[in-house]
Design a protein around this ligand. Structure first.
Ligand code: COI
Length: 354
């Protein structure tokens, strides 16, 4: 039972907003004035509160720090007419947060705690939502073990938090990616489908090696044979092969991206052929060589839709045709962007006004 659903609010004495250069928003570097916190203690959520964004006490013995018992989400809000926040598919993030929490043996975040927290934070930091095209408020809910024990066992106590950051584009230009055939992001039976912190931490080193070779991101392959494409960096990946939009089918080693689902839904609604299936490295390379692969792009909340300009494999870079006005990626980007900004109707009921 929830102790109290009332969110206690402690406001900042002075907002940092006037110091923010909204014409230059590096992704995720600036956080809004406040953050939301809630505690799971004795089997119940309570102590819902908004406090000034800043450092917080945490036990050095928490399993979150030692064993990565931490899961997160990412969603965006855009500024609508009358300064309302147009929040994109927030309940899909809540559902996925709880799927991740289950896999990491963590408490479920109740709908009330999630929604009250989101509403309270947005209400207080509404003026931080950027209005310029290409920018938005990136909202980061996360859940971690708050136990104080070095031993490994299912945790009892958890903290749920929401922070937010005004952001511009994640990638300023089309990206070069490298097919990863040595390191592995996720394996069958692992945590790849969950938004677990460790999935991302483990990707930093191989990504850095690729960065050093001139690639912005990796194209992850399956962990068994490195024969099938799974994701691209922190995004799902899609290809236009002939006239069909193709993306790897979901599995327990692929994140069920909300942007992925949104892009597929828009494409289907416009009559485009969509296939969710295995995409082998062999098919991809042959398609790049014979021109059947016309487009490749990553899709994710942070990056939205990120066109891929080249794919590297075994020392060779295969270039994609330049993105044109008639390309699928910019078309779906525009359709989704207009919907998210409230410029176009929302036929799928994806926007929650807060
Ligand atoms: C997102 O797209 O929301 C992500 O989780 C990517 C993040 C690691 C920057």
């Amino acid at each position: 039972m929830v102790e109290t659903l009332k969110v206690e609010v402690e406001r900042v004495a002075k907002s940092r907003l006037p110091q923010v250069d909204f014409s230059n928003l590096p992704f995720g570097k600036i956080c809004t004035d406040h953050m939301f916190m809630a505690d799971f203690r004795n089997g119940a959520w309570g102590n819902l509160r908004i406090v000034p964004f800043g450092y917080m006490p945490i036990s050095p013995a928490t399993p979150a720090l030692h064993y990565g018992q931490s899961v997160f989400e990412g969603l965006k809000a855009h500024r609508g007419a009358n300064n309302e926040a147009l929040v994109f598919r927030p309940m899909d993030n809540w559902a996925r947060l709880n799927r991740s929490a289950e896999r990491l043996c963590m408490a479920q975040v109740s709908e009330e705690v999630y929604v009250e927290g989101l509403r309270a934070l947005i209400e207080l930091d509404r003026t931080w939502i950027p209005g310029a095209p290409g920018s938005s408020l990136y909202i980061r809910p996360f859940l971690f073990s708050a136990d104080e024990i070095i031993g490994i066992r299912p945790s009892q106590d958890f903290t749920f938090m929401i922070i937010a950051s005004p952001v511009g584009a994640y990638y300023a230009a089309p990206v070069k990616v490298k097919i990863e055939t040595h390191y592995t992001r996720a394996v069958a039976g692992g945590t790849g489908f969950a938004k677990a912190g460790g999935n991302y931490g483990g990707a930093i080193y191989p990504t850095k090696l690729a960065n050093d070779q001139g690639y912005q991101q990796l194209l992850w392959t399956d962990g068994r044979e490195h024969a099938n494409i799974e994701e691209s960096g922190t995004m799902n990946v899609m290809f236009v092969i002939d006239d069909t939009l193709v993306t790897p089918a979901l599995s327990d080693s692929i994140l069920a991206g909300i942007t992925r689902d949104s892009v597929l839904t828009v494409a289907r609604s416009e009559g485009m052929r969509v296939e969710e299936r295995k995409v082998s490295v062999k098919e991809l390379i042959e398609g790049l060589q014979n021109g059947r692969v016309r487009e490749a792009f990553g899709v994710g909340t942070a990056a939205t839709i990120a066109p891929i300009e080249a794919i590297g494999h075994e020392g060779v870079d295969y270039h994609l045709p330049a993105v044109e006005k008639s390309s699928v990626a910019p078309h779906i980007y525009k359709t989704l962007d207009n919907l998210k900004r409230g410029i176009a109707p929302d036929p799928f009921g994806w926007i929650t006004k807060m």
